[in-house]
Every structure is written in structure tokens, then in C-alpha cells.
Design a protein around this ligand. Structure first.
Ligand SMILES: C=C(O[C@@H]1C=C(C(=O)O)C=C[C@H]1O)C(=O)O
Length: 200
């Protein structure tokens, strides 16, 4: 069932579990009243319930692409496991990409799909490659989305590959999607180049 999916090296902190000493982000429900701390320009992006891919395609005037960093089997961190309802030690498909707009790195996205979710019409998610996940999800009429959670990632927080950071606070969001009751967790962190664009 999974022999065609590579195993991600556990030494990479963002691949499944985190390297020793690396703290996972803390996520809070968007409704928890911390909105006053969010950057004004990001607020509509953090809360939007539609496809981020579609919004970024429009915002980039079509200069959009998905750069796949890695996709393979790994173990989620504790918080991710709880979102997905998978037990300790279980492997999931982890997909980490950068959503590129106008040639810049705009969003780091990390999606986790339990192997039990990769059945039926979701089986094709095993080989998405550079096709955006949202392009498939938001075509499904029975797509469900749970409430958004928000995280403020302090400088140096290694959830986002260090090469994508510039030493500033980043903001991320995540939510669980469900199709046929099967969950997948999508986390998205807005990167410095995007923060500059929306703050113009
Ligand atoms: C869920 C969506 O898909 C986007 C595309 C992703 C991908 O291709 O891996 C991951 C997260 C999202 O930013 C969306 O467009 O909202």
C-alpha cells in the first residue's frame, strides 16, 4: 500500500516529529479572541475559508506555482496527531510545499494525510506533484472544513525551513478538511515576501 511512498528522514525537524529541542508551534482557535495581535494586512488571509490557492492565483495575477519541498511518510507531532485522530507511532503522508507568487516564496504549506485517508478518490493525492492540493479539494462538493487555528511563529521557530525565514515573527493557520469523513490537516505559514506584498 505504501511501498511507492518514500519515508522522510526523521532528522529533518519539519518531517514528522521534531528534532530534539525544537518546539512545535502553538496553535490557538481563531475564535479565541487574539485577533488584535494579528497583522491587519494578514487578517483576511488568516481567516479566509476558501481556497488559498485560488486567492494567491488571483493576487499574483496568474504568476503562481507550487514548489514541492518533499512528500513522503513521516510521523506527525503530538498536536498534529490529535487533529487527525491518529495514534502514536502511526505514519502519515506529509507534503511540504512552497506556494510561489511572482517568483517569490509566499507560503510554506505542510499537509498531513493519514494513509487511511488515501483511499477512493483521495488516492490520487499520493501523486499530486506540483498540482495544488486545493485545486482538488475545492472541487469536491462534499468537502468539510473545521474551524481555523492560528499560530504566531517566533523567529527561528524551525517548523518553517530556516532558508525561508528572515528572523521575523511569522503567522500561520491550519485546519482539518474532511472528505467522506476522512481527515487531512493543512497548515500554511505566510512568509516574509508575502507579508511585504500585502503590507504595500
Ligand atoms: C488547501 C489548499 O491547498 C493549498 C495547496 C497545497 C499543496 O499543493 O500542497 C497545500 C496547502 C494549500 O495552501 C488551498 O488552496 O486552500
Amino acid at each position: 500500500m505504501t511501498q511507492d511512498i518514500p519515508v522522510l528522514p526523521a532528522s529533518r525537524p519539519a518531517a514528522g516529529g521534531f528534532a530534539p529541542g525544537v518546539q512545535a508551534p502553538r496553535w490557538h482557535p481563531a475564535s479565541q479572541g487574539r485577533q488584535g495581535r494579528w497583522p491587519d494586512a494578514l487578517r483576511p488571509w488568516l481567516l479566509d475559508q476558501g481556497s488559498l490557492t485560488a486567492k494567491l492565483m488571483a493576487f499574483s495575477q496568474g504568476e503562481f506555482r507550487v514548489r514541492v519541498l518533499r512528500q513522503g511518510l513521516a510521523r506527525p507531532d503530538v498536536s498534529e496527531r490529535r487533529c487527525l485522530g491518529v495514534g502514536p507511532g502511526r505514519w502519515v503522508l506529509v507534503r511540504e510545499v512552497i506556494l510561489m507568487g511572482k517568483g517569490e516564496s509566499w507560503v510554506f504549506a505542510r499537509s498531513l494525510l493519514p494513509l487511511s485517508s488515501l483511499k477512493g478518490r483521495l488516492r490520487q493525492l499520493r501523486q499530486l506533484n506540483t498540482r495544488p492540493l486545493g485545486g482538488f479539494l475545492f472541487r469536491q462538493p462534499d468537502l468539510e472544513r473545521e474551524p481555523m487555528e492560528i499560530s504566531r511563529l517566533k523567529p527561528g521557530q524551525r517548523y518553517v525551513p530556516p532558508s525561508l525565514q528572515r528572523g521575523e515573527t511569522l503567522w500561520g493557520r491550519r485546519s482539518v478538511f474532511r472528505l467522506e469523513g476522512r481527515p487531512l490537516l493543512v497548515s500554511e505559514v505566510f512568509l516574509p515576501a508575502f507579508l511585504e506584498r500585502v503590507s504595500l
